[in-house]
Design a binder for this molecule. Structure first.
Ligand SMILES: [NH3+][C@H]1C[C@H](O)[C@@H](O)[C@@H]1CO
Length: 610
């Protein structure tokens, strides 16, 4: 194969081309969001149900139950954990939390713990609660005393710091709250526990550092939030409601999310916005658009309150505090100046309800465009099917399919009309439906790489793309959608083969070249920025492929090539996390040179233009 590269760029590579799609599918709570305790505030559970205590367990005979407190800590958190220390109790009696499939105990960290307590009846007790991090077998790694008084019959929040003495290799650890025998016979109510490790950029109520750093290393340009299905709700009542996710944690009710578990909403809209700033990304924010996952579309005459909610949500992000109560709320939470926002998505995957989207889009996009003429709105039906008014200028396409499909469809966008319509490949990934594979494989990742060469060749209309889903907790029972780009457990983060494909793509303008054979097995894309020519070569075949490049200008003879390749079925897994990683080496090139692409490989040849 000979590839002649043009000297004149045909179009810019939009700065937004490579970003991240996020929604809470076992990826926010217990994942990116750094809170270590599961079911920390007994949100959305039924008092008295055994399930209401999920992730909590008694210690040494503590008698615990979830009650609807007669004097709740807040209207958002009506439930409390009630502990009765049996009379005659001995030893340390209380309860513990198992975390999200474990708790990482790290002696280099200081953990911030807190909870609310009150005595439902005045008691003469005065003593300490002991909070601790301990192994499943009771080995204490860190503990602290918190004075507790039986005269405290109204809620008070108390705090402690925990610094472990060691870093056990096992994450099968618990956070415990216990009392000695002097507390025997007492009943104490508890509400909203918090246990945070250090967070990314020290952000309060922030993100887990190790996961954040892996995501940051991708240099993502945008962050799509809050979903995906998890925006939509099984009904209008359980949709993601932006204003329930901001403000003091004690005022956030949480919600039954769309992935079969309760979302704390501790990772809420303001946390997302600070996260985007900390990661140097712009938010691609979705607003709920009247469709819920039970298949219900609200009738047009019921949309007005939700359109207003969307206007408020946008004003919370970018409004002027003197001009809107939602923006004033943001200011009251400590953020006077607006956040940057350009793209707002109306709903999610509305091709499932495209008939009602005709009026839902008309009313949401019509009103929001009038209110925010500077914003760009993304439609979520199939392009031009149905015809929408106002005419969308952006569409969000999703595709999940086989490795072969991705390798065979790298020209997917080449035939799209150039008619001032721009495309966001908001979700794409090889899913191994038949083999039900938990982790990406090299064959799938190289298929994705082939497809991605089409993004760059068509970046005049493809303005953004993100693999989906982004993150997954690999613990047994902790995941629902496979595969994902980055995996984690309580103490580790794992980079899939597809992560490395996402990681390697960069460039600021596209240099046209000889077109690959759409039905072939070798694909390429040449981009440049001010200092470097990046030549991406994808070989989807199981044999090596020679590609001769003819560059339009002389270049230095020494270049580097970064190659991701391996057995077609190879995956990075927790037991072999670095089985397949990119290797970078020097190669000699010239204005014309031959490159032998290994079987199943993505190669990025970087040529210095200085
Ligand atoms: N069903 C997929 C499509 C939806 O938008 C996401 O929530 C799901 C996982 O990425």
């Amino acid at each position: 194969t000979t590839v002649v590269v043009n000297s004149t760029a045909s179009h810019a590579i939009p700065s937004t081309l490579y970003g991240q799609m996020f929604e809470d599918i076992n990826s926010g709570d217990g994942g990116l969001y750094a809170e270590l305790l599961q079911n920390r505030a007994f949100q959305q559970v039924t008092p008295g149900d055994a399930t209401a205590l999920y992730a909590w367990a008694a210690v040494n005979g503590g008698n615990i139950t979830v009650i609807a407190d007669s004097d709740p800590v807040s209207s958002a958190l009506p439930n409390a954990l009630q502990l009765t220390i049996p009379s005659g109790a001995s030893g340390s009696v209380g309860f513990g939390n198992e975390g999200y499939y474990g708790i990482n105990v790290n002696s280099s960290w200081t953990y911030n713990a807190s909870f609310y307590y009150r005595f439902p009846e005045v008691s003469d007790f005065s003593g300490d609660a002991t909070v601790a991090l301990q192994s499943a077998s009771g080995e204490i790694y860190a503990s602290a005393q918190i004075p507790v008084s039986g005269s405290q019959t109204t809620w008070t929040q108390v705090y402690a710091q925990l610094t472990p003495s060691t870093s056990p290799s096992s994450t099968a650890n618990n956070f415990t709250v216990t009392f000695d025998s002097s507390a025997a016979g007492n009943t104490i109510n508890f509400a909203m526990f918090l246990l945070f490790p250090p967070t990314f950029k020290d952000r309060a109520n922030g993100m887990r550092i190790d996961v954040a750093e892996v995501l940051y290393s991708m240099k993502p340009s945008f962050f799509r939030l809050p979903g995906g299905n998890n925006l939509e709700g099984q009904s209008a009542a359980t949709r993601w409601i932006w204003n329930n996710t901001v403000g003091d944690l004690v005022d956030r009710p949480g919600r039954v999310g769309d992935w079969s578990y309760i979302n704390t909403d501790g990772l809420g809209l303001l946390e997302y916005l600070y996260w985007c700033e900390d990661m140097e990304m712009e938010p691609f924010m979705a607003v709920w658009a009247g469709y819920s996952l039970d298949g219900t579309s609200l009738p047009e005459d019921e949309l007005a309150p939700y359109i207003q909610a969307a206007i408020d949500q946008i004003n919370f992000v970018t409004g002027d505090p003197s001009g809107s109560s939602a923006a004033a709320l943001r200011a009251s939470l400590g953020r006077e100046e607006p956040f940057s926002l350009t793209y707002v998505e109306i709903g999610n995957e509305d091709f499932v309800a495209s008939e009602s989207y005709i009026y839902r889009w008309r009313d949401f996009a019509g009103n929001l465009t009038a209110a925010f003429p500077q914003l760009k709105f993304i439609a979520t039906t199939d392009p031009f099917n149905p015809i929408l008014d106002p005419t969308p200028q952006q569409y969000d396409n999703h595709v999940y399919s086989s490795p072969d499909w991705f390798a065979e469809n790298s020209f997917y966008y080449d035939d799209f009309e150039r008619n001032c319509t721009y495309y966001f490949q908001g979700e794409y990934a090889v899913t191994y439906a038949d083999e039900n594979l938990m982790y990406p494989t090299i064959q799938g990742s190289i298929g994705e790489a082939a497809y991605m060469t089409g993004f760059e060749r068509n970046a005049d209309i493809v303005f953004a793309a993100s693999y989906a889903p982004l993150l997954m907790n690999v613990a047994d029972g902790a995941y629902q959608w496979i595969p994902n780009l980055v995996e984690f457990d309580a103490a580790n983060v794992y980079k899939s083969t597809s992560f490395y494909v996402q990681h390697l793509n960069r460039g600021t303008e596209y240099l046209p070249s000889t077109l690959p054979d759409p039905s072939g097995t070798v694909f390429w894309s040449v981009t440049s920025d001010s200092s470097t020519l990046a030549i991406k070569v994808v070989n989807y075949a199981n044999t090596t492929e020679d590609v001769t490049f003819q560059l339009p200008f002389a270049v230095a003879s020494s270049a580097t090539v970064t190659v991701l390749t391996g057995d077609s079925t190879a995956s990075n897994t927790p037991t072999d996390p670095n089985l397949v990683t990119p290797t970078t080496s020097a190669i000699t090139i010239g204005q014309a040179f031959n490159y032998t692409a290994p079987a199943y490989s993505l190669s990025v040849i970087n040529v210095s233009l200085s």
